[in-house]
Design a protein around this ligand. Structure first.
Ligand code: UDP
Ligand code: MG
Length: 317
């Protein structure tokens, strides 16, 4: 099979028939063998019965139905598990992404040898409250992930080589960082294609509100930490802890030494505990010890985890 299209959806019943007809038109015009996997993420509208109707008319249409709303990442994860096409394409269900982009995305994977091609909505039809924070988000994601050539991490329209989707685990709200997940799994040829973007025709956005930014940044921090120190927490905590402890120790030694020196010379002295530096030094030593122990505990957990030797093996001959 050439192409699998994975479409996560949450209350998008109005868009589905039009989206399906459009995809079918593009696929048939290009002679691709394909499947469309609709992942119904706990919709409370008619979405699932629309999918059932489409499936009856066309065997290329498949569906996964979640019992409740889990989120876009779990929906993608389950779609990826079931995907059979050599190239897997994800797109949103709201008709904001155009199926006309599919043939070129397919070509970039198969001929240009990309592992992942991400859409780039250069001209967006979203409100300013969405586009400005998105710019900030992308700049940070570029910096942290080291994938310098991507402008739009969170674009729903993406194409993957099949191995990529079978080797990454999209959980929580990590769908924003799939290129980073792919990179961590060893798929480095990541490209971008400018795609057309349309205003939402039906329904409303499911990712409004501020908490997506906080969650988004926290996810990025976890990913960064996991990819850098996930299996060697001691390298970070142990280092920081030792550094703080040593600084604290030197400071205490200095304060104590100075006091002794004054005593020997019979100069009037103040109590060590009257000096603010004494408390700073003490705090440094306590924090240092705690960080060190945290690293040590992390190391013991990492050593016992079942995934400690989970390496992505590309091929065995
Ligand atoms: N979506 C989903 N589960 C959710 C939220 C969203 O499957 O909990 C789907 C949604 O139906 C759409 C895609 O994810 O197909 C992108 O959502 P949306 O268009 O609301 O995001 P935006 O384009 O506004 O960023
Ligand atoms: Mg949308």
């Amino acid at each position: 099979m050439d192409i699998t299209i994975v479409i996560p959806l949450f209350n998008e019943a109005e868009s589905l028939p039009e989206l399906h007809a459009w995809i079918k038109r593009v696929m048939e015009a290009n002679g691709f063998s394909y499947e469309v996997i609709f992942v119904n993420d706990g919709s409370t509208d008619r979405s699932w019965s629309v999918i059932e109707e489409l499936h009856e008319k066309n065997t290329c249409v498949k569906g996964i139905k979640f019992r409740r709303n889990y989120g876009k990442s779990p929906a993608l994860f389950c779609g990826f598990e079931k995907a059979e096409g050599n190239v897997v394409i994800t797109m949103d269900a709201d008709l904001q992404d155009s199926p006309d982009e599919i043939p070129e995305l397919y070509r970039m994977i198969m001929e240009d040898g990309y592992d992942l091609v991400s859409g780039y909505k250069q001209k967006r039809y979203d409100p300013l409250s969405k586009t400005i924070p998105t710019k900030l988000f992308n700049a940070t994601a570029r910096k942290v992930s080291g994938i310098k050539n991507l402008h739009d991490f969170n674009c729903g329209l993406k194409a993957y080589r099949k191995e990529v989707v079978k080797n990454i685990e999209v959980y929580g709200e990590m769908h924003r960082y799939i290129p980073y997940l792919a990179k961590n799994a060893g798929f480095c040829k990541i490209g971008e294609k400018v795609v057309h973007h349309q205003a939402r025709k039906f329904g409303s956005t499911k990712f409004g509100g501020m908490n997506r930014f906080f969650n988004g940044y926290l996810d990025l921090v976890s990913l960064w930490f996991l990819s850098k120190f996930g299996v060697k927490p001691m390298h970070m905590f142990g280092f920081l802890g030792s550094l703080m402890f040593i600084l604290g120790f030197l400071a205490v030694a200095y304060i104590g030494g100075a006091k002794l020196f004054d005593l020997v010379r019979c100069v009037p002295t103040v109590l060590i505990t009257d000096s603010p530096y004494f408390y700073l030094a003490l705090t440094l030593m306590i924090l240092g010890t705690q960080l060190f122990l945290t690293g040590f505990l992390g190391e013991m957990i990492a050593r016992n985890s079942q995934e400690r030797n989970h390496y992505n093996i590309e091929r065995i001959i």
